[in-house]
Write a protein of this length. Structure first.
Length: 195
C-alpha cells in the first residue's frame, strides 16, 4: 500500500521476529562478502541498517507497547535503539486517543534527549567510516605499489584524494548490493503472495 510513498510508511509485520531479521541481514552481508559484491570492510552499522527489512524506512520515532508489558517482545530491536519507548497499561483493543496523546506527550518530553543521542551516534558513525576508508585506501595504495612506504610519504591532498576515491567506490559497491538485496526480497514476496 505504501511501497512508493515517501511521506508516511506503514509496516505490516507478520511472522516477524527481530532476531531472525538481524540474523537474515547478517547472512546476506556474509553472502555478499563471499561472492565479492561487497568487501568485508564495507560492512558497517549503516550498511546493516540499510539491509534490514525496514532499510528503506526511517527509524521509528515512537514505539508504543500495549498490554502493560515492559519489553519489546523481539520487535524492531535494532531500529528502536534511538526511539522513544512508551509502555501503556492497556490492551490494544482498548487503546484510545487519550493513550495515544499520552504517548505523544512522552515522546515530546524526551525528544531533545533522543535527538542529541541520534546526532552523536551519526557523528561517531561518520568518524568511524572515515577512519575505515582512510585505512583501506592506504592499504590499497601500498598494495598496488608492492607494499612498503609510510603514510608520511603522501601529501595531505593526495591522501584525501585516495580516501575520497575509495569512499566513492565503496558507496557504489554498497548501492549495488543493497539494490540487489531489495530486488531479491521483493521477488520473494511477490512469489509468496501469488501462491
Amino acid at each position: 500500500m505504501t511501497k512508493n510513498n515517501n511521506k508516511v510508511y506503514l509496516n505490516v509485520c507478520f511472522s516477524y521476529a527481530s532476531r531472525y531479521e538481524i540474523t537474515d541481514t547478517i547472512q546476506s552481508l556474509v553472502d555478499g562478502s563471499h561472492d565479492g559484491t561487497i568487501l568485508p570492510t564495507d560492512i558497517s552499522e549503516e550498511l546493516m541498517e540499510r539491509c534490514l527489512y525496514t532499510g528503506t524506512c526511517t527509524p521509528p520515532d515512537l514505539v508504543i507497547r500495549t498490554s502493560g508489558e515492559v519489553r519489546l517482545s523481539d520487535f524492531l530491536i535494532w531500529q528502536s535503539s534511538y526511539s522513544c519507548l512508551c509502555f501503556q497499561d492497556v490492551l490494544w483493543p482498548e487503546f484510545s486517543v487519550w493513550n495515544l496523546f499520552s504517548s505523544i506527550l512522552t515522546y515530546q518530553q524526551n525528544y531533545n534527549n533522543i535527538k542529541v543521542a541520534r546526532e552523536y551516534m551519526y557523528i561517531e558513525r561518520k568518524d568511524k567510516q572515515y577512519k575505515s576508508d582512510r585505512d583501506c585506501a592506504l592499504v590499497q595504495y601500498y598494495k598496488e605499489r608492492g607494499g612498503g612506504g609510510g603514510e608520511g610519504e603522501l601529501s595531505e591532498a593526495v591522501l584525501e584524494e585516495l580516501i575520497s576515491h575509495y569512499a566513492a567506490e565503496r558507496k557504489k559497491r554498497i548501492q549495488l548490493f543493497v539494490q540487489s538485496l531489495i530486488k531479491k526480497r521483493n521477488n520473494y514476496l511477490e512469489t509468496v503472495t501469488e501462491q
